[in-house]
Design a protein around this ligand. Sequence first.
Ligand code: SAT
Ligand code: MN
Length: 610
Amino acid sequence: MTSLASPINHTSNSMTLQHPQLKAWVDQTAALTGAAEVVWCTGSDAEWNSLTSLLVERGTFIRLNPEKHPNSFLARSHESDTARVEDRTFICSLREVDAGPTNNWRNPSDMRDMMTEKFRGSMQGRTLYVVPFCMGPLDSPLALIGVQLTDSPYVVVSMKIMCHMGEKVLQRLTADRSYIPCLHSLGAPLKPGQADVAWPCNDEKYIVHFPEAREVWSYGSGYGGNALLGKKCVALRIASSIARDEGWLAEHMLIMGLESPDGTKTYLTAAFPSACGKTNLAMIVPPDQYREQGWKTTLVGDDIAWLWPGKSGRLHAINPETGFFGVAPGTSWQSNSGAMEAMSANTIFTNVGLTDDGCVWWEGLSDPPAHLIDWKGKDWTPGCGRLAAHPNSRFTAPAGQCPNIDPNWQDPEGVPIDAIVFGGRRPSTMPLIYQSFDWTHGVFLGATQGSETTAAATGTVGTVRRDPMAMLPFCGYNMGDYFGHWLDMRKQIRRLPRIFHVNWFRKDTEGKFLWPGFRENLRVLDWIVKRCQGRVAGYETPIGWTPDWKGFNTEGLEGFTRERFDAIMLFRQEDWLAELTSQTDLFLKLYHTMPKELMCQRELLMARLV
Ligand code: SAT
Ligand code: MN
């Protein structure tokens, strides 16, 4: 055990520090950044209370109406700091080819030299908080420990919601265990006597990953995935690289459970590009008819899944996070009651509107109030021509407050996965649901998934933005190698999950959605469960297995005729030839590392089409 005594004023309570390198790193960072003091975070409620009060005092937080939003706060960020910055995100592997053509690569030692100068003096006048955190259930064999050093108290309180943090993590950080160092500064030092601002940040931002050294350095932003480094930086970019070396998968996927009336529970994971309703699917409430029959849905995670071959021979999944960082606009009691309940207390809202009675409001929540203060702090009335909430405004809420959180969501062994679902927003071409022929074909479906960007004229293919496995901005290494790793995983899993592709967004010739979506998506999940259990026949098409009319439950689905079913399942050869052509860009971009098996899958598809 090391004592925390040092020339800098460490506030440590009575925490036990067993890790010899940690204190040295903290001391070095304090010296480099010129931090005024160092505070070791415990993760206690008392610490939350004092930091949230400090944030209120500084004007970063506004305490919300304590009756309607107990222990909850609103933050308004700087207008230049409202989202992840993909063009400022760097993967600094030793060799450029290891980052691959889908990442911004920089030489690691050049980047370290340059960033060291950015961090020099960057915390002057500020407190350096030491945040030990654990991604994954505390005692899971897969859990990863990180330590974030940050000068943002907003980040500290957000981390308390998003993951296990503080003393319970430090206790587990024994000398034989490694941790992922995560250095974060807002890049806004305060000179003596200089007044602070409500949302300090720097115009210049760097979100930097060193996958070989397993380190993250983030500078200039206090928002979301740029600053809460456990999430996209560690649990996806760094973890994907660790997972490749260790034989598991770190994925941008929700995890959910479905309990059918006979009591069998099926868990699945799903990956979608943005704007496909991933959070809503994660928290889906079954339609009344299904609920009456005894169907139940549970939630394990809404954003990230770590998957590894379990002792059972199946693929197991844990959610490395303990909170939701969800997009607020569009979330309502109608669209997602689970999310609404989760954020009913102990929640941080960022960049939403503030009503006159101290509550939050955003577009799509309810009828607009007659007056509020918008996310920029200005008066707002309906029809004023501005948005009340920023489109990327967020709620940071404890996952445990979700009413249908799965009883096993913190099981250290994870939950066994029977199905993996990919999807995209595809007005044409893609049927509502189809199943891959096998694992390799399933990896091909994930690798080529994407959403159509231009509003396609109905019936024709628009421009498809490929987002392989929804990992385009989150894969910490070469995307072609990543596909190869997915293919290899097959050898380690005795009972392979079945792989599916869904599309809730197919349109008819008049441009109207063919599928009602939302809760009715459960009917598609029902078919998936039945396929996994071998209880329903599939119809073999050139693209995979699809449901036939009789095997797909449309009972009680008003207006959903046989004709409509045929339209939503329609396979059109000309669409698929166009689809094959539009996949060319991806295959050319990744040509040097694209596994031969996937090139072969494309050839096979072509052969089945013509
Ligand atoms: O800001 S986050 O990276 O956490 C969310 C997102 O942009 O996907
Ligand atoms: Mn995400």
